[in-house]
Design a protein around this ligand. Structure first.
Ligand code: ZN
Length: 169
């Protein structure tokens, strides 16, 4: 296993649409293991393959938040097949947008169809934090970041700071 480099906004790769995985082979399994290790090391609760520069529709999540109790979840080709009409505001952050958090409104529940690490089709009924997290990660697969939901003014403010932070690296 290895820790991968997490791309930071602004990076053109983060704005590209990821392609569906055709076959769940060894390369995808290795990618998911590396993504989990990278996410735990960051630390974060979710990571999409695009964030490590791989434009494939692969997402890993662990919302347990307890380092002793790991509950890794892997999603291949996740697709929202139903979402609630009830929207809820929750604070979001992103490993590609370090040090910024903002309240984002999203459906408070959703159903997600995906393939698991064995290539089997599954449906997850998510609510609360898990629903928020999976929607945030599926957005990454489509080149969308949470700051896109903010006002133009707020977004450009954050972008300017991120560009500055990158220059100072
Ligand atoms: Zn993110």
């Amino acid at each position: 296993m290895s820790i991968l480099k997490i791309l930071k906004e602004p990076d053109p790769i983060l704005r590209k649409k990821s392609l569906p995985v055709k076959e769940v082979g060894r390369d995808i399994k290795k990618l998911m293991k590396d993504m989990l290790e990278t996410m735990y090391a960051a630390p974060g609760i979710g990571l999409a393959a695009a964030q490590v520069g791989v434009l494939k529709r692969v997402v890993v999540i662990d919302i347990s938040r307890d380092p002793k109790v790991k509950e890794p979840m892997c999603f291949i080709n996740p697709e929202i097949i139903w979402k609630s009409d009830v929207y809820e505001k929750k604070e979001e952050g992103c490993l590609s947008i370090p040090d910024y958090f903002a309240e984002i409104k999203r459906p408070n529940a959703c159903h997600v169809k995906y393939l698991n690490e064995k290539g089997q089709e599954k449906i997850l009924q998510a609510e609360g934090l898990l629903a928020t997290c999976i929607q945030h990660e599926i957005d990454h697969c489509d080149g969308i970041l949470f700051i896109d939901y903010l006002s133009k003014l707020k977004k450009s403010f954050i972008l300017k700071k991120l560009i500055k932070a990158k220059k100072n690296q």
